[in-house]
Design a protein around this ligand. Structure first.
Ligand SMILES: [Zn+2]
Length: 257
């Protein structure tokens, strides 16, 4: 096994555990409950969970999604997120090589966590978006041969660009078109994809957002007035695709060539 394989294999092994942790964070952060340094316990009966209960994917399947003691249902999000993180790791392993496999997976896992919390609570906590940007700056400079200016310029362009759009929208329409956390999320994404990738992130985000709005409109006829869509979750999708496939103008140029 070469060192390249080792990066990929360890990313795949790690993935379901990251998924469990993301499941815990999506439940506890919005509820303001402690999430670090506390032993895992059943939310229904309070029994401290042992090793048998905490093996990602397998525990859920073996216990058929129920607590061993009180038989309360374990939130299915744990199974979904453990599988989802494994898929992200697999996607990374199939498209990247060497250390870029874990680097790419870390971006995917971070975006997944942020997208879920935004989709469920329309909330983009700074304590998630800011570390995403910081980790992006360190990893792209450290491993992807980016110059230190690339993440800095990307973060500044992402934040200022979206803050300017939000300000303009409010001036024209008279109310907020997006949440206050969206510019900070696009800033964090800019630290990963650089300013050249930002237009692509926004285009993918709009395509994703419009698809969701359109399918909701078909199913429920129309959006309820004032119903908000989680723009941060769509930005996360845009960031992931831009990171994997590169900026759209390069993609189109290479496709035509
Ligand atoms: Zn229980």
């Amino acid at each position: 096994m070469t060192i390249d394989h080792l990066w990929a294999v360890s990313t795949l092994i790690f993935a379901p555990f990251i998924g469990s942790f993301i499941g815990l964070l999506t439940l506890r952060l919005p509820a303001g409950r402690p999430w670090a340094l506390s032993r895992s316990a059943c939310d229904a009966c309070g029994r401290t969970l042992g090793v048998v209960d905490l093996i990602p994917l397998l525990s859920f399947l073996v216990l058929r999604g129920r607590c061993r003691t009180c038989h309360a249902a374990i939130p299915p999000r744990y199974l979904l997120l453990e599988g989802g993180c494994l898929l992200i790791a697999l996607w990374s392993a199939l498209t990247q090589t060497g250390v870029m496999v874990p680097v790419t997976a870390i971006l995917g896992w971070g975006l997944l966590l942020i997208a879920i919390i935004d989709a469920e609570h329309l909330w983009l906590p700074d304590r998630l978006t800011l570390p995403l940007g910081l980790v992006g700056a360190l990893l792209t400079v450290g491993f992807a041969n980016a110059s230190p200016w690339t993440p800095l310029l990307g973060a500044a362009a992402g934040f200022c660009g979206l803050a300017a759009i939000a300000w303009l929208y409010k001036r024209v329409r008279g109310f907020d078109g997006m949440g206050g956390g969206d510019p900070r999320l696009l800033g964090a994404i800019g630290a990963w994809v650089g300013w050249q990738g930002l237009p692509s992130v926004l285009i993918w985000a709009c395509v994703a957002g419009l698809s969701v709005a359109a399918s909701k409109a078909i199913v429920r006829r129309r959006l309820a007035p004032g119903q908000e869509l989680p723009f941060g979750a769509f930005l996360a999708i845009g960031a992931w695709l831009t990171w994997l496939w590169g900026p759209l103008h390069v993609l189109i140029r290479d496709g035509l060539a």
